[in-house]
Design a binder for this molecule. Structure first.
Ligand code: 6GU
Length: 267
């Protein structure tokens, strides 16, 4: 897979090919990356890429033309290399949330190219987004100083799903693959500073281990991401036994919430 990234800070992208799973997959030729600097597509002496927003307000806006020329150059380079451009993505906190489903959909374009546009400053001229971008992507409800870290998050998540990137079946079980958060993991020693590994994991009894792990995944998801429980329920992915676990876990969570609000002196 080929990634072309439009960024004012091309060096930021180097870490992906330097470490870990993404490095190995890069060395194996599973993906390539090229940066394009919008400054190289300006025509004025100052190489201007941003300007003040019409209508006033703080901050600066990225101009449409240098971005459009950079995207056009990236698309042409992809075509010339024999990889069609599948999608142009723009990274912005105003985008639609990144999800496992979107990541897997993009990874399915494994023989093609993605173009990722990184915003800086307050925003990007809307006309460029309307005319040159297919999808806008946010990696969460917080604001980064630029889209580069978000683009790297997208590339990392996509590369993990390219065939051969992961050694084993880990992508099958990992968090979100089943619509739930993964449960806790433990390794040696069995007793670490007085804390024991939960006994079901030491039982050697596969069905018991699987049941315990399912319960832990349900409990964690209910506590941190209750909307994922509701979604799994709607998809018909929760068994009667799951519902029993969730009922008990929900009561325990309400009990804990009530105890801590009493201790903090709430009504
Ligand atoms: Cl994609 N960009 C920026 N600048 N901030 C973000 C983001 C993206 N996603 C969350 N916050």
């Amino acid at each position: 897979m080929r990634f072309d990234v439009i960024t004012l800070f091309p060096e930021m992208l180097d870490v992906l090919s330097a470490h870990g799973i993404t490095r190995r997959a890069h060395e194996e030729g599973r993906w390539t990356i090229r940066a394009w600097n919008p400054r190289d597509f300006t025509t004025d002496n100052h190489r201007t890429v941003d300007d003040r927003p019409f209508g006033g307000g703080p901050g600066m806006v990225m101009m449409a033309e240098p971005l459009a020329l950079a995207v056009q150059a990236a698309r042409s380079a992809q075509e010339a290399a024999g990889v069609g451009c599948a999608k142009v993505l723009a990274m912005a906190p105003t985008g639609a949330p990144l999800t496992d489903a979107r990541v897997r959909a993009w990874a399915a374009y494994k023989a093609s190219g993605l173009v990722l546009v990184c915003g800086r400053y307050e925003g990007i001229d809307q006309r460029f987004l309307d005319q040159c971008v297919d999808e806008e992507v946010s990696i969460g409800d917080f604001v980064l100083s630029g889209g580069e870290i978000a683009a790297m998050a997208v590339i990392d998540a996509v590369v993990r799903h390219l065939p051969g990137s992961l050694k084993d079946a880990s992508a099958q079980d990992e968090s979100f693959a089943q619509g739930l958060l993964d449960g806790p993991y433990f390794t040696r020693p069995e007793n670490w500073r007085g804390a024991q590994v939960p006994s079901p994991l030491l039982s050697g009894h596969h069905a018991q281990i699987a049941r315990w792990r399912r319960e832990q995944a349900l409990r964690r998801t209910l506590a941190y991401r209750p909307e994922l429980i509701e979604a799994a329920r709607t998809r018909g992915q929760l068994s009667r036994q799951d519902e029993v676990v969730l009922k008990l876990a929900g009561e325990e969570l309400r009990q804990v919430a009530q105890t801590s609000s009493e201790q903090s002196g709430d009504a």
